[in-house]
Design a binder for this molecule. Structure first.
Ligand code: FAD
Length: 207
């Protein structure tokens, strides 16, 4: 991935996204490939539009185009500067886009993994041919449609090497856990124990 940092103009193979705004294959900044904290490197301050915690006012103050990253919000009416290092608890996780704003690469990732793991957890033990075909289509559509381009490309390469196992719930959940672990490893995160995939996504922790 290339970034606005001139020292890394090309996408590293199988590497984590480097800090800084990630550039898309078209050479333009790719917001959905970038963690929100890296949209404006070097700052933990961001500008919250006036009334951003009031959904009605928020709808009025967030620019529809959102074209220049979160900085665009600063041009909204009567901005209020919020230091997220002091107010992180108001927004769930520190450094994530505030409510009502488009997701960053991490929010999109968490939401997508939640959908995929939960769908796998409730996939039939003995799927019909139609269910198998649709699950295959869903998984194979990700490399084509997932909006974080580099994520999609790497995921596509991974599933070429490790074709989806849609034969049943247990096999699919394991396969997906392994694919998620590939991404975890790439990003330098701790890998997940796939023996606990049902506990995490279906049954919950034992009493
Ligand atoms: P996530 O990794 O989003 O995980 C959410 C929850 O899932 C965790 O809290 C944990 O409880 C559980 N979990 C973790 N690992 C597993 C597992 N193996 N099996 C089952 N459950 C698990 N981001 C990038 O920066 N670069 C990429 O190239 C990239 N590629 C992606 C490809 C895909 C297909 C998807 C869906 C996302 C990708 N992401 C990528 C996003 C990235 O994987 C994370 O979602 C994001 O960094 C947020 O991480 P997180 O630590 O909050 O938890």
């Amino acid at each position: 991935t290339s970034t606005t940092d001139s020292s890394s103009q090309n996408k590293p193979s199988r590497g984590a996204m480097p800090p800084g705004m990630v550039m898309g294959p078209d050479g333009k900044p790719c917001k959905i490939c970038t963690a929100f904290r890296n949209w404006q490197p070097g700052t933990t301050n961001y500008t919250e539009p006036a009334g951003a915690r009031n959904p009605q006012k928020q709808a009025q103050s967030i620019p529809a185009s959102y074209s220049a990253g979160f900085a665009a919000l600063a041009s909204g009416p009567t901005p209020v500067v919020v230091d997220i290092s002091k107010n992180a608890s108001s927004y769930g996780r520190p450094d994530e886009p505030p409510p009502g704003c488009p997701p960053d690469v991490e929010q999109l990732g968490r939401a997508t993994w939640t959908f995929l793991h939960t769908t796998a957890a409730y996939y039939p033990e003995k799927p019909t041919p139609n269910q198998r075909a649709n699950m295959l289509m869903l998984l194979r559509s990700l490399p084509v449609l997932y909006p974080c381009t580099w994520c999609a490309q790497d995921f596509g390469e991974d599933i070429e090497k490790n074709p989806p196992d849609v034969s049943g719930r247990v096999a699919l959940s394991k396969w997906l856990c392994e694919r998620h672990n590939e991404v975890n490893e790439k990003l330098g995160k701790v890998t997940f124990n796939c023996a606990k995939v049902d506990e995490r996504w279906k049954d919950g922790p034992p009493d």
